[in-house]
Design a protein around this ligand. Structure first.
Ligand code: TYM
Length: 329
C-alpha cells in the first residue's frame, strides 16, 4: 500500500550568483539533503534570478556549474533528486507571464528583498526583472504542484506571495495549482552576519569577514571566527539580548547536530577564545568533506553537465503539464 501513497513533493532553488555561504548551507542545503530520503524533490539553480543583479557574462555559465557542484558536494543525490537549471525549463518563464497578469504592483512593492536590493539604486534605473523576481519564483514553485518549499526565513515572504497568487488564480480560473507551505527550520533559518548580528549572513555584504563561504580554507575560517563580534558580558549564552552569541551558538549546534543548550553547558565558565577556537574547528571539519568532493567534481566537468541535462529532462514534462493546465484555465 505504501507503494501507492503519493510522496510529499518539495521544490526549492538557490540563486546561482557566486559562492554559497554557510547560511545557505544551514538554512537550505542541509535541509534538502535530509529531506531527499523521503520526499519527491525538485531542486534547481535559479540562474534567471541570478541575472537580476550584476554578473560577469563570460564567467556566468561556469559560476552556475560551480553552484551545481556545491549542491552535489553537500550531499544531494541526483538519483533521488531532480536537479536542474531553471533556464533549461522554459515553462518557468512562460508561467511567470501568466502570473504577472494577476500579481499587483502593490504586492511586489511590499517585498522586503526588493526594497533591500534596490535601495542603493535610483528608482528609475532598477531593472524590471528585480522587481518581478517574486513572480518568477512563484512560477518556479507552482509548476511542480509541491506540498512544501524548504527555505530560509528571508524567503518566507516570497512563498506567502506564491500562496496568494496560487489562490487567486484558482479562484478566478478554476483549481489549477496546489497551495504549498513554506518549510522553515526552527533554528538555522536565519544565520546572521559575523560582523553584525542585526543583518543576515549574505554575499552582498561589504566585507568578506561577515560570512563564511563553503569554500573558505582553514586560515580564513579561523580568522573570521576570531574577529566575529560578541555581546557584552563574558558568558557564552544565548538570548534576545545576546544576538551575536546566539548566532555563533546556533551555527555550532546546527553543525554538530546537538541542542544549543548542550553547547551552552559545555562552555559554561569558559572563555570566548576557547569557544571560538572550537567553533572554528567545528566549521573546518564540517566543510572539509564538502570541499574534498568539490575538488573531485571540478575534475569531471562532463559529469555535472550530464546531471543537469538529465534533471531538466525529468523536470520538463512535469512543468509542462501544469503550464498546459494553466493556459487552458
Ligand atoms: P538565495 O539564493 O538567496 O538563498 C538560497 C537559500 O538559502 C537561504 N538563506 C539563508 N538561510 C539561513 N541564513 C541565511 N543567512 C541565509 N541566506 C540565504 C534562503 O532562504 C534560501 O532558502 N529567491 C531565492 C531562490 C529561489 C527560490 C525559488 C527558492 C528562486 N526560486 C523557488 C525557493 C523556491 C533566493 O534568492 O535564495
Amino acid at each position: 500500500s505504501t507503494a501507492m501513497a503519493k510522496k510529499i513533493t518539495l521544490v526549492s532553488g538557490i540563486r546561482s550568483s557566486g559562492e554559497l555561504l554557510l547560511g545557505n548551507y544551514l538554512g537550505a542545503l542541509k535541509q534538502f539533503v535530509e529531506l531527499q530520503e523521503s520526499y519527491d524533490c525538485y531542486i534547481f539553480l535559479a540562474d534567471l534570478h541570478a541575472i537580476t543583479t550584476p554578473y560577469a557574462p563570460k564567467e556566468f555559465p561556469e559560476q552556475v556549474r560551480a553552484v551545481a557542484r556545491t549542491y552535489l558536494a553537500c550531499g544531494l543525490d541526483p538519483s533521488r533528486v531532480t536537479l536542474f537549471r531553471q533556464s533549461d525549463v522554459s515553462a518557468h518563464v512562460e508561467l511567470s507571464w501568466l502570473l504577472n497578469t494577476i500579481a499587483t504592483m502593490g504586492e511586489l512593492n511590499r517585498m522586503t528583498q526588493f526594497k533591500e536590493k534596490s535601495e542603493d539604486q535610483k528608482r528609475e534605473s532598477v531593472n524590471a526583472g528585480l522587481f518581478d523576481y517574486p513572480v518568477l519564483m512563484a512560477a518556479d514553485i507552482l509548476l511542480y504542484q509541491p506540498d512544501v518549499v524548504p527555505v530560509g526565513e528571508d524567503q518566507k515572504q516570497h512563498v506567502e506571495l506564491t500562496r496568494d497568487l496560487a489562490g487567486r488564480f484558482n479562484q478566478r480560473f478554476g483549481k489549477t495549482f496546489a497551495i504549498p507551505k513554506p518549510l522553515i527550520r526552527d533554528e538555522g533559518a536565519r544565520i546572521k552576519a559575523l560582523d553584525d548580528p542585526a543583518k543576515k549572513m549574505s554575499k552582498s555584504a561589504a566585507s568578506a569577514n561577515s560570512y563564511i563561504a563553503i569554500g573558505d580554507d582553514s586560515d580564513a575560517i579561523r580568522n573570521k571566527i576570531s574577529r566575529a563580534v560578541t555581546d557584552s558580558g563574558s558568558e557564552i549564552t544565548s538570548g534576545t539580548d545576546k544576538p551575536a552569541l546566539t548566532n555563533l551558538l546556533t551555527i555550532f549546534s546546527q553543525l554538530e547536530e546537538v541542542p544549543l543548550k548542550e553547547i551552552e553547558q559545555r562552555y559554561a565558565g569558559k572563555s570566548y577564545k576557547e569557544f571560538k577556537d572550537d567553533l572554528a574547528d567545528m566549521i573546518i571539519a564540517a566543510l572539509k568533506p564538502i570541499q574534498q568532493t568539490l575538488a573531485e567534481l571540478e575534475a569531471k566537468p562532463d559529469y555535472v553537465d550530464d546531471v543537469l541535462a538529465k534533471g531538466a529532462a525529468k523536470a520538463r514534462p512535469v512543468a509542462e503539464q501544469t503550464l498546459v493546465a494553466a493556459k487552458r484555465a
